[in-house]
Design a protein around this ligand. Structure first.
Ligand SMILES: [Ca+2]
Ligand SMILES: [Ca+2]
Length: 134
């Protein structure tokens, strides 16, 4: 195969990947932008300070899970939350592996899809999962 054929084949592959990303899944996990389809945590109240955006359920907030911007690790360290997934509630747990008490945040579009956490739940989340509705 000539160098030119290889280059054209590579461009075609890139275009097909871009097409896939632009349609079915526009959100990028953990990029510091709270996008449609994601659950987002903030270090401060009212969606301020560092943000952590997740497209996937997470059974354990490890030392590698950190806010983009200020705040450091997310484990036991979030003050506000928003669910941007329109088909799944998010359930937030006190401990790893979806154990301890559970705190429900409703689907995107519901008035309860975001809030600053009550004091008894602030700085307590350690895992979460998306939960399909209906
Ligand atoms: Ca994102
Ligand atoms: Ca916890």
């Amino acid at each position: 195969m000539s160098a030119r054929r290889i280059a054209i084949a590579s461009i075609a592959l890139v275009l097909s990947l871009m097409g896939a990303a632009g349609t079915a899944n526009a959100a990028t996990h953990d990029n510091g932008v709270c996008e449609s389809g994601e659950m987002c945590l903030w270090y401060n109240s009212y969606y301020k300070g560092g943000v952590w955006d997740s497209y996937w359920s997470d059974a354990e907030y490890t030392s590698a899970d950190v806010f983009h911007g200020t705040g450091g690790q997310i484990n036991n360290n979030s003050a506000s939350v928003r669910n941007r997934d329109a088909t799944h509630n998010t359930i937030h747990y006190q401990y790893y592996n979806w154990t301890g008490w559970a705190f429900l945040v409703l689907i995107a579009g519901d008035p309860q899809d975001r809030l600053t956490l009550p004091s008894e739940y602030k700085n307590q989340f350690s895992s979460f999962q998306f939960s399909a509705i209906g």
